[in-house]
Ligand binder design. Sequence first.
Ligand code: C2R
Length: 198
Amino acid sequence: MIMVWFGTAKYFKRFERKKQMASEKTSSARHGEVSNRSQVAVVMGSDRDMEVMRSCIDMLKDFGIKPIVRIISAHRTPEIAAEFAQNAAENGIKIIIAAAGMAAHLAGALAARTTLPVIGVPLNSGGGFGGIDALFSTVQMPPGVPVATMAIGKAGAKNAAIFAVQILALTDKELEKKLFDFKKSQEKNVIDKDSSLK
Ligand code: C2R
């Protein structure tokens, strides 16, 4: 009898702690981390994705946007993923960038629980499919739940940042100007490279 009581008490304690952890991690995006510029969240399925997603974060910073960066998995931390997506708009986030490899359900699972635009970045996590597995898992969303899917890997990571800036620039003149300058400098780089061949 005593054994059963201890077992039940332990179960409820674990259940309560799990609930608490989910809200600790999602309410107000870690209290106060949301600044005026934290309108973009970069979420990735594993710390191993950071190597590629660093280029997304750096690109956002080049435009003056300091994103909220989180490791959340729709598979491994489903409650936290759900809460994060549900609270994102309320926390001032306007765009979610979600990156994952393998059976990458993260972007879709977040998109299911928010009306914010979700940009998906499929990653190559090894395993022999070269990221095609993640690309299909991210891009093949059923009608009604879109995920704006970028290219696999680093190119997609950078483009996710630029795409997010393009969305924000619709209502932000300063960002619009930065995008214009970015495009111009990109153009100049290619022309310079071409000229150096002659
Ligand atoms: P580990 O190296 O941590 O085992 O992760 C991650 O994004 C990572 O690329 C291997 C790969 O699993 C991916 N992952 C997902 C999800 N969570 C983690 N695709 C998800 O919820 O979709």
